[in-house]
Structure formats: structure tokens, C-alpha cells
Design a protein around this ligand. Sequence first.
Ligand code: PMP
Ligand code: GLN
Length: 378
Amino acid sequence: LASKLPNVGTTIFTVMSKLATETGAINLSQGFPGFDCSPELVSLVEKYLRNGFNQYAPMTGVPALREALAQKTFAEYNVAYDPESEVTITSGATEAIFAAVAAVVRPGDEVIVLEPAYDSYVPAIELNGGIPVYVTLTPPDYAIDWQLVSEKITDKTRLILVNTPHNPTGYVWTADYLNQLANLVRDRNIWIVSDEVYEHILFDGRKHLSLMTHPELQERTFVVGSFGKTFHVTGWKIGYCLAPKELSTEFRKIHQYLTFSTVTPIQYALADYLNEPAHYHELPDFYQRKRDLFLAGLAGSRFTFKPAEGSFFQTVSYAAITQEPDYALTIRLTKEIGVASIPISVFYNQKNDYKMIRFCFAKNDDVLIQAAERLRGL
Ligand code: PMP
Ligand code: GLN
């Protein structure tokens, strides 16, 4: 069989988590919380499971969840999405990203990808016949060179994929970025997918600047979110897409035949849980404390870093420790000192040697302290 994705192997997240399990290493590689979600949320799911909410949900999502999400979005960002026609519940952000790409990309269309980029973007583009056009961002700042982005735009550009707060670098977008992007796409037939799965995880008083808050961007953007990140339930695989009616209509045509609908009792439970803003407003303090605990532990080490601005990932440079390629180093650290991480090179299409690795700090405090202690010894 001729592969449609010849360059794709098993994702690094699966590879590293497996190696961590096999070797008994502390797993700071794949991004998932090392602690459980709230018992209240579990009780809500249990209630709906036991009370017969176990058949297909409506294709677009349970109405109560779409309404709760529209209300929450209005309260947070002052942008109104119609729950009936502009809010769609999906099986994780991954499905939403794929469906949004599939809704707009035709064979031969070009799609701007800012790399490092989350690993599902490029396969989604290629499976739809699109051509990824890369703009490379480099450490330590990963600043977007808008002039360079503008030079990559052609008559064939159909979509730009963006992500803030960003995985793996932890950087977050500024108001200037929103304006720069709006200037680039104005009067052009270019759509945007904005991956905002870490929308509630920002540090040091930063505010999330959703693309929906810029009216010119809002009208051409699929905003993608994930309850997995916000409520510590990555295994539930529930996400969503917010987009103007015309975009949502096309998005739903894909969603309808990709998965049709998403797990029912959990949608009802999330609708109830979402109505209490404290459930997501606590996240910045919660994760900032973990970031700082981990970084305090690394303070005496030879790793160098800029504290993450958002997300639950911290990237560090190991240039002062070793000249090994990052992939080899992550394998060696997992086996030798028992700490698994992710090499940054895997988020780039272009071969590179930035000597950066990523740690996930969504873990219990004792785990973070122990991991940092092992890393300090290098
Ligand atoms: N986008 C980014 C940037 C992510 O980090 C992740 C998950 N780690 C996803 C999308 C996928 O989210 P989900 O698990 O809801 O599919
Ligand atoms: N997004 C998570 C990460 O960056 C992993 C999700 C996955 O394993 N597909 O680590």
C-alpha cells in the first residue's frame, strides 16, 4: 500500500510515554495531568450515566453544553456565538482541527504553518491535499516575523494555523500579533484555525487574546478548544469549534461524517460544570505555582530557560550540558536518570539543532521536585 503519509511514524508522545512506562521513568513527556479531575465532575458524569443519557448526542453537541459554552465565551471574551448554528462539540480538539482544515483546504491550496507546530496540523493539511508552507520561529523568543509571513502568502494561500498559548514553547500572542495577522489577511480569501486549547492557562497576569476578540479575525476564524486541558480530563477527548455560521455549516458537514457526534453523558456533565467560572479561573494560579516549583528545582542546574508564559509546558536549553541531538538526549535521560521529556526538533519540519527539550509540569508537586532534583545532577 502506498502510504498517504509517508513521513509519518508513531507520534513522539506515544513513543516517549511508552518508554517512560517501560523504564519506570518520571513522565514529563506527553502532555497530560498526573493528577485526577475534580470528584464533582466525576459525580456529574456518573449521574448522567446512571440516568439513561447513553444514546447518540445530537450531531452538533448536546444543546445544554453548546449554550453553556456560548455563555461562557461571551462572559470571557465578550463575543457572541449562536449555540444553534456556530458552536459544535467535537471528539477532542484534534477532531476539530482536522474538520476545520478539511472544511476549507482543497488539493493544491497552501497553508501557512508557524513551526514549531503541534504534530497533528501537517498531516491534517496533507490528507486534504494541502501544501504546508512553513514559517520558522526560533528560540529563545520564538517571535513571529510578520514580514516573513507576508512573503509566504500567495494567491494559493487558503489557511493559516495559529496556536496561543503555544505548545511546545509556552509563548502567548500579543495584541500586536492580532493586528498584524488582520493586516495580512484583509481582503484575501484566507481562513484561520486558531488552536486555543490552553486558553485558561496563562501566567504572570497575562490575559488570553483569543482571535475571536478581533472582529476582522473573528469572521474568518475557527476557534478550537478542549475540555481535556481545562478540566484535567485529557482521556475524555471532548473539544469544540466556535466559528461564524457560514464556516460552522461547512465544519459540521465534515464533523457529521468524521465522528457524527460525541460521548453523551460527559457532554451533559460538562454543561453543568461549565456554569461555575471558578472551575477554570483557578487554573492560572494552579499551574503557575507548578511552573515555579519546577523552575525553582532547576535553578541550580545547567539548563537555561525563559519561564513559560502559558500552557503547561516548559522548554529548556541544554546547550551548556551536552551537544547531543535532542532526540538522543531525551531517550538517554529517560533511561539513565529516569526523566522523560520531548525533543523540540519533532515540532519542526525543517531539520534543526536548537538543543531544546520540553517538560510537562502538569504533575504532582512531589513528582516535579524529584524530577528537578534528577535534572540538577546533569
Ligand atoms: N492542540 C494542542 C496545541 C495540544 O497541545 C493538544 C493536546 N495536547 C491538542 C491540540 C489536542 O487536544 P485534544 O486532546 O482535545 O484532542
Ligand atoms: N498534546 C499533548 C502533548 O503535546 C499530547 C497529545 C497526544 O498524545 N496526542 O504532549
